[in-house]
Design a protein around this ligand. Structure first.
Ligand code: XMP
Length: 333
């Protein structure tokens, strides 16, 4: 609509003024905020923006290709894809404690991003390289990092964030979404031409599948989990609630699959199986501080469990998580 059009024009002018003829780098995660920030900045300064997409090997099925297709393919933005899966999985080998896993993933992410930033600088010998780091910080993040919420006495989970990155890199910050709420960021994303289903996605944690594989992270587990989770998501989209006309992806705030590294006995055909278990998690919440488990239709659960067990060899049991937050949390780690 024309109001959003005006907003975009204004935001574009501001970015151009702030950046001038300098260069900007941005860490693309595939999440809503960094994607919308990238699309907006690209609209303003085109090739003066370079996006760095770190694939830590803990992304959802086809996520990496989808991000590349959207930004490099459709928007024609400069995007560097860093395949760091071996590095991340290597450093995570043998580590099962959740906080330690989170810290390793956060640290590696910063390392990889820094290395990529200096590589880009070296490659453009003539220029002085990027002088700005762009981030998809939105208004609630601004409040949270300065406000009362961060003064919690106990850290339940150390969140993946890149807080200290600009100083470490000696870069100026560019945060064009700082004044916007999530809903506004989504509207902006649609107006900038990002697909609606990407802009209205559920949140995905920075450490990715690293916190959805309980205990030690292994590639084998990640591959099984990705396939199971893709089935769950597909069926959430397929199942439409007759009363509201909405599908169950829209009717839940977050839904995903958790990999449990325990084996249980099953029977398939006339043989015995001894395979892994996954848990389905689906919640409804307005602020993610408290959450209810979603009352998914039995027919949906039946379809999902049947498909996962039949299609993902290596998983022979599916459970549904019926825990509220608190006392449980939304993610299992
Ligand atoms: P919990 O599990 O604490 O999750 O109930 C609340 C919300 O936060 C998300 N989450 C994260 N998001 N980096 C993120 O960007 C993280 O490290 C992280 N850990 C949890 C979680 O998916 C849920 O939406």
């Amino acid at each position: 609509d024309w109001i959003m059009g005006d907003y975009i024009e204004e935001a574009v002018a501001k970015i151009r003024e702030q950046v001038g003829d300098e260069e900007v780098i941005l860490g693309l995660s595939g999440g809503v905020d960094s994607s919308v920030a990238a699309a907006l900045i690209h609209r303003a300064i085109g090739d003066q923006l370079t996006c760095v997409f770190v694939d830590h090997g803990l992304l959802r099925l086809n996520e990496g290709d989808m991000v590349m297709e959207m930004f490099a393919g459709k928007l024609h933005a400069k995007v560097v894809r860093v395949d760091a899966a071996d590095l991340f999985l290597g450093e995570l080998a043998g580590v099962s404690e959740p906080e330690q896993k989170r810290k390793i993933i956060g640290r590696l992410f910063v390392d990889v991003f820094k290395a990529e930033a200096s590589k880009l600088k070296a490659a453009n010998a003539g220029s002085k390289g990027a002088t700005f780091l762009a981030q998809g910080t939105i208004y609630p993040d601004v409040i949270e990092s300065g406000g009362a919420k961060s003064k919690k006495a106990v850290t339940i989970k150390s969140h993946h964030n890149v807080g200290g990155l600009p100083e470490q890199l000696g870069l100026k910050l560019l945060e064009p979404l700082r004044d916007l709420f999530k809903d506004e960021v989504r509207e902006l994303g649609v107006a900038l031409g990002l697909p609606r289903n990407m802009v209205y996605r559920h949140p995905f944690p920075g450490p990715g599948l690293g916190v959805r594989i309980l205990g030690e992270v292994k590639k084998e587990y990640a591959d099984l989990l990705r396939r199971a989770d893709a089935i769950f998501n597909e069926e959430l989209y397929n199942f439409v609630d007759a009363a509201s006309g909405k599908n169950w992806y829209e009717l839940t705030s977050q839904a995903f699959t958790v990999f449990l590294p325990v084996k249980s006995v099953g029977v398939m055909g006339d043989g015995r199986t001894y395979d892994y278990v996954v848990a389905l998690r689906a919640v409804q919440t307005s602020d993610f501080m408290t959450a209810d488990w979603a009352e998914l239709p039995y027919a949906l659960l039946k379809k999902v469990s049947g498909r996962i067990i039949n299609e993902v060899r290596g998983i022979n049991r599916v459970t549904y998580d019926v825990s509220t937050k608190p006392p449980a949390t939304i993610e299992w780690e």
